[in-house]
Design a protein. Structure first.
Length: 742
């Protein structure tokens, strides 16, 4: 008897069935069977099911002699199922990696409940994936097992069959089966949950729910949507047959009203000629099953009342008025934005005619982010070395708390922001200011950039449209022409940027100010950072920080982090700075040894707190080698990355550490300790000598003395040899850091 029976009904899903079945067969948990029910599908679903059955004995292909519909097809699958638990998976959906293992672990941990509810993510045809917005209801806090009366809020979740695992003995004892029809899930899920002696929840996405562009039967215009009335008849008949469930009648009545209202409000569900008849049927069902007692949100009271009364024209008038009100509100908001935009532009033009403020300096980083990077390091040094200066930082209000005391915070799109750009003598940024910026005579603009370029930048992207993504190169060059100084960390950066950003600016090859912190932080400070991030004492912390892929619309982690921490063992944790930190698909509940730092504002802090770096093509590698800690490159897609973006040199020929071309190879590198051996140290030293010749903790001071104080004599300051520099050390008491230099 297998642990799970995965039942997959298949009808007109030939384009998706391979991915569906592969997602089950690729699971790390192997104790299951798959029952594929070919519902007399006119396409290739039947042959595909047979192909999988021949390939794997755990797959059974069941062919129905005629098309019966989704509910009866599932019943046929249950008739062949022999597993402890039933799992239903539609033929166009998929299981996430390790989903069955996660479900099995939760079932064991909660004492084999009758029903286990888990989460899903909607995956759109564009590749975008969005987790269920009501995921908070699956919080695993509280008792492991409970009845529905203890957590009635679970009924707010999507009432479908495929986001639950069902104990087969419970289903058979209660005699649950699916009815025919469009809305067959309704008279299954509600009765099952109301009857279950024990329910448990799993706060993890296990199913990718495909949102097909066309072809979803519930999104088609058809009179078959009238089936919803028969299905609620079945729900109330079930309740009426069991007096102990009478307490659920008011709740089901409200759920029914909400369902009818949602269907009637959807313009693409009901044919125009049948809308009046649908409303009459809905009103009749409301009168028949009316059971007050369940709380109703204020915004729904009038709608429910009109539905019960059968006042269709009033209901439609109210809905139309609400839609019109929404359009008016959006129109008014748009007009306000337009008027404000005109006022801001006029204000900026006026400020351009007023005198410059010679002691004012404005700083910013890409996208109006918080206080970080080279602009932040320079700003701090300006306040230290330049008397009487007034500094301001441009960032979104949400990041205002990161700006230090004594530095003004300027929100983008405000009048104060426009005044500062027009009248400040110094402008410092690592990307670009507003498109409408007018560079005034007397203003000094310092471009710090965002690290050493490995991937193609600037005008070198002219022949790489996938990476350029519609870049306005004329606007780019207009922005470059406003630069007075371009900061460079090394000769490589100087040569690349003077070609990729051609103009008459002065290059300051002074090192990277954002790397100063790596040479000015002590072990005690590093220990505090590790504690703040939740890194357990004695653990080795690996920072995983991949870069953006230009050739992918949706960014996904290229590394199975949960498998990595299993391979590494309990003495390792991963700091995951990835678009989807919890693993492929990004919707799993976090692993206790995977710390999500995707939203952390300061990559310098993460680097200081970690023992080693795993990355791919990110410029962070050039900064990280300042710490003289191991770097491992995971370059599984280097051919695709090179084709789409291009790089300035072959990183595999001159890497900062050990290179893995695939996931298994990377696991072997860590399993054998090759990642921190003598070869790793040799590669790191050569890389640091080439790309960090000026990084010694004084780059920001060199910049401030040249740009703000006008000093030229004695600059650049003498830079000690690499052997004499003292990068931040890991705390001595943290045994995880011992011997990392190889």
């Amino acid at each position: 008897m297998p642990r799970f029976s995965v039942i997959v009904p298949a009808f007109r899903v030939q384009a998706y069935l391979h991915a569906c079945l592969d997602s089950v067969l690729a699971q790390s948990f192997k104790d299951y069977e798959i029952v594929v029910v070919d519902d007399c599908s006119p396409d290739a679903c039947g042959p595909i099911a047979d192909e999988f059955a021949r390939r794997d004995p755990r797959v059974t292909a069941l062919h129905l002699p005629r098309n019966t519909g989704l509910g009866p097809a599932r019943n046929a699958g249950m008739g062949r199922a022999g597993g402890d638990y039933l799992i239903f998976l539609d033929g166009d959906d998929t299981l996430l990696p390790d989903a069955l293992q996660t479900i099995a672990d939760r079932i064991d941990a909660t004492g084999e409940p009758d029903v286990l509810m888990y989460d899903y993510a909607r995956t759109y045809w564009t590749g975008r994936s969005v987790r269920n917005v009501l995921a908070a209801h699956l919080d695993e806090g509280g008792p492991d097992r409970f009845r529905l009366t203890d957590r009635p809020e679970l009924l707010q979740l999507l009432m479908v069959v495929w986001n639950k695992a069902y104990r087969r003995a419970f289903i058979e004892a209660e005699g649950f089966t699916f009815p025919p029809g469009y809305y067959e899930d309704t008279p299954w899920t509600y009765p099952v949950l109301m009857s279950a002696g024990s329910i448990a929840v799993l706060d993890a996405v296990c199913v990718s729910y495909r949102q097909r562009r066309r072809g979803n039967i519930l999104s088609t215009t058809s009179e078959k949507h009238f089936d919803v009335f028969d299905q609620y008849d079945r729900v109330f008949a079930f309740i009426d047959a069991r007096p102990e469930l009478a307490l659920w009648r008011p709740v089901m009545f409200r759920r029914m009203l909400d369902h009818f209202s949602a269907l009637f409000a959807s313009r693409d569900r009901l044919p125009l000629h049948s809308r009046a008849a649908f409303f009459r049927r809905a009103a009749a069902s409301c009168r028949r099953y009316r059971t007050p007692g369940a709380p109703v949100p204020r915004r729904a009271l009038l709608r429910h009342g009109l539905l019960r009364l059968g006042a269709r024209r009033t209901y439609q008038a109210l809905s139309g008025a609400q839609r019109l009100g929404g359009r008016l509100r959006r129109g008014v908001a748009g007009a306000r934005r337009a008027v404000r935009g005109v006022a801001l532009r006029a204000h900026y033009r006026i400020q351009l005619r007023l005198p410059l403020r010679s002691r004012d300096a404005v700083f910013a980083t890409r996208g109006g982010g918080g206080y970080t990077g080279s602009p932040a390091a320079i700003e701090a040094k300006v306040r230290e070395l330049v008397p009487g200066v007034r500094t301001a930082w441009i960032c979104r209000p949400v990041d205002a708390h990161t700006v230090p005391t004594g530095t003004r915070h300027l929100a983008p799109g405000t009048f104060a922001h426009g005044t500062a750009l027009a009248r400040s003598a110094y402008l410092v940024n690592d990307s670009a200011f507003d498109r409408g910026l007018v560079k005034r005579r007397g203003q000094v603009l310092l471009q710090t950039h965002e690290g050493t370029p490995l991937r193609t930048v600037g005008t070198d992207l002219l022949d790489r449209p996938a990476a350029a993504r519609g870049t306005d190169f004329e606007q780019l060059l207009r922005s470059v022409d406003t630069w007075d100084f371009s900061l460079s960390a090394n000769p490589h950066s100087t040569l690349v940027r003077e070609r990729a950003y051609p103009s008459a600016y002065t290059t300051l090859e002074y090192g990277s100010p954002r790397n100063d912190v790596y040479h000015r932080t002590g072990p005690a400070d590093v220990a505090r950072l590790r504690e703040t991030l939740g890194i357990p004492a004695g653990c080795t912390a690996l920072l995983y920080a991949p870069t953006h892929r230009d050739y992918r619309r949706v960014q996904r982690s290229g590394l199975d982090l949960e498998r990595l921490v299993r391979v590494l063992g309990p003495q390792f944790v991963v700091l995951a700075r990835a678009p989807h930190p919890a693993g492929p698909g990004g919707h799993r509940a976090p692993h206790p040894r995977i710390i999500d730092v995707h939203g952390h504002r300061s990559v310098e802090t993460l680097a200081l707190a970690s023992d080693a770096l795993i990355t791919d093509y990110a410029s962070l590698m050039f900064d990280y080698v300042n710490l003289d800690r191991p770097v491992v490159l995971h370059l599984a897609d280097i051919e695709a990355y090179e084709a789409a973006r291009g790089t300035y040199f072959d990183i595999t020929a001159f890497p900062p550490g050990i290179v893995a071309r695939g996931q298994d190879e990377l696991f072997d590198i860590f399993a054998t300790d090759h990642w921190r051996g003598s070869r790793s140290a040799q590669l790191r030293a050569a890389f640091r000598a080439r790309f960090c010749p000026y990084d010694d903790g004084y780059a920001a001071e060199r910049v401030v003395r040249r740009v703000f104080l006008g000093e030229t004599d004695g600059l650049p300051l003498p830079v000690p040899s690499a052997a004499r520099r003292t990068p931040a050390a890991l705390p001595a008491q943290d045994g995880a850091g011992a011997g990392l230099k190889g």
